[in-house]
Every structure is written in structure tokens, then in C-alpha cells.
Design a protein. Structure first.
Length: 274
């Protein structure tokens, strides 16, 4: 008998075992994903509250604030319009600048980075935001969108916004490892994927001229240590308190983007250009 036959048989057996293991692993993850979707459900619905209005009108001379992105940007989980991310940020910005803030929200629940183009397309032709805040990425991770594709769409959105004359702030993908409703090892894989996307978003957004806020660093720890307070009923989206904390964390980069501050704290980064 040829000596190569046992070797080939061993290789074939190892390959078969590896394939079986990979299949089993995928099946476990598929079942866990299904279980997580069932556990999370949709108790909040699929439509965020409308918070578009001028906040703190008494100050006058409004700043035009545009918010784009996914359900976090839209404020799903807030029980009142003033509790959404956009409204929280608008009020904080108004108080710091003593100017009213006109909020325009185009974020959509469930949006991936590829939807940013449509959100921009839906704006009136004459609309010119002073500052735009983009929060997106979580759905790209859960839907397994390639990082390069996600980053390309984000970069294009930042470039379009800057072409409109807007200062831009990007909140990178949150750390999905904070989602305790998602079982292990799926949660660990989500955490790794979200961190990889956030890192890629950071580099691309900075290169395109945006200010960047690492949500995983500036607010992630609060969601880990105080989940009952920070998460809404579905244990997936932020609560009113979660949005308050997130808006507070993003504000320094918004002020810097508007030229009202020269320094930003840990977790924030200044653009490479412009």
C-alpha cells in the first residue's frame, strides 16, 4: 500500500471534521440569533418619535442640526420626543451656545450605512445644515455587511455633507458586547465585529474631515454597569436615560465641529482635514 494513502485519508478526515465543526458552529450561532430576536422582540415598535422642531426658541438665531443614521440616531426607546437623542442633543447645544437649535431628523429605524444616501436624498434641495451628526453601524454588524462596504457608504455621506458646508460628527458603532439579551458566543462575536467596524469608521470619517466620537468608549461603560437604567424595555435600544448620556457624550465634538471649542475629551477625535 502506498504510504501516501494514510496521509491523504488523515487529511480528508481532518477536513471533514473541520467542516462539520464549522457547520455545527454556524448552526449554534443561527439558533442563538433566532433566540435573541425572539427575546428582544419589538416591544418598542419600529417607528421612533418625531422630535423635529426648533428647540429653545427663546434664544433665536437658530443652529441647523441634522441627525442621520439608525434607530439610535432616531431615538427609538424614548417615551417622549424630548427624550430622543436628537432632542437631547439639540437642547444641550442650545444651552451651551445660547442659540435655538432647529432639529431635522432623517434617521430610520433599522437603517444600515447604505441608507444614508437615501436619507440625504430626502432633504430639501435648499437645506443647509450647520452641523450633522451621524450614528450608524449596529445594523451593518447584525446583518453582516462587509466592513469595507459600510465604510464606503459612510465616507460618501460625510463627503456629501461637507460639500453642503456642514460640519460633521460621526458616532461610531456601539459595542454590541453590552447587549446582555444576546447569548454567548454570539455576543462575543458581535462585540468583536462591532469594534472592528467602529475602528474602520473612525479612520475613514477622520480622513473625510469628520469629527469622531467613539460611542463604545464614551458611553459603553455606562450601559455595561447600569443596564437597567440605560436600556429600554427591549434591552437593546437606549432608554431616555441612555439617550441623555449619549447626547451629553457627543456634545463636545459638536461644539468642536462648530468651532466653539478647541479641545475634546477622551474618546473624541479631530478630523485629519478641514
Amino acid at each position: 500500500m502506498s504510504r501516501t494513502r494514510p496521509v491523504l485519508a488523515g487529511v480528508a478526515l481532518a477536513a471533514t471534521s473541520a467542516l462539520a465543526g464549522a457547520w455545527a458552529g454556524r448552526e449554534v450561532l443561527r439558533r442563538q440569533a433566532a433566540a435573541a430576536r425572539l427575546a428582544i422582540g419589538k416591544p418598542l415598535g419600529e417607528q421612533a418619535l418625531d422630535a423635529d422642531r426648533t428647540w429653545k426658541k427663546k434664544y433665536g438665531d437658530p443652529i441647523e442640526l441634522l441627525v442621520l443614521g439608525d434607530s439610535i440616531a432616531a431615538g427609538l426607546g424614548a417615551e417622549r420626543p424630548e427624550e430622543t437623542f436628537g432632542a437631547r442633543l439639540a437642547v444641550r447645544l442650545a444651552k451651551r451656545t445660547r442659540r435655538s437649535v432647529r432639529l431635522t431628523g432623517r434617521a430610520v429605524v433599522g437603517a444600515e450605512s447604505s441608507v444614508l444616501a437615501a436619507q440625504l436624498d430626502g432633504l430639501p434641495a435648499a437645506y443647509r445644515p450647520d452641523v450633522a451628526v451621524v450614528v450608524v453601524g449596529g445594523n451593518d454588524v447584525t446583518h453582516r455587511v462587509p466592513v469595507a462596504e459600510s465604510v464606503r457608504h459612510l465616507t460618501e455621506a460625510v463627503e456629501r455633507l461637507r460639500a453642503l458646508g456642514a460640519a460633521v460628527v460621526v458616532g461610531t458603532c456601539p459595542d454590541l458586547g453590552a447587549l446582555t439579551a444576546v447569548p454567548q458566543p454570539l455576543r462575543a462575536l458581535g462585540a468583536r465585529a462591532s469594534r472592528q467596524l467602529a475602528a474602520a469608521q473612525r479612520e475613514a470619517a477622520l480622513a473625510a474631515g469628520a469629527h469622531v466620537v467613539s460611542l463604545a468608549h464614551v458611553v459603553g461603560p455606562f450601559f455595561v454597569t447600569n443596564p437597567d437604567e440605560m436600556f429600554a424595555l427591549d434591552r437593546f435600544h437606549p432608554s431616555a436615560a441612555g439617550y441623555r448620556r449619549t447626547a451629553k457624550a457627543v456634545l463636545p465634538s459638536v461644539l468642536a465641529a462648530l468651532g466653539l471649542s478647541e479641545e475634546v475629551p477622551f474618546g473624541h477625535a479631530l478630523p485629519a482635514t478641514g
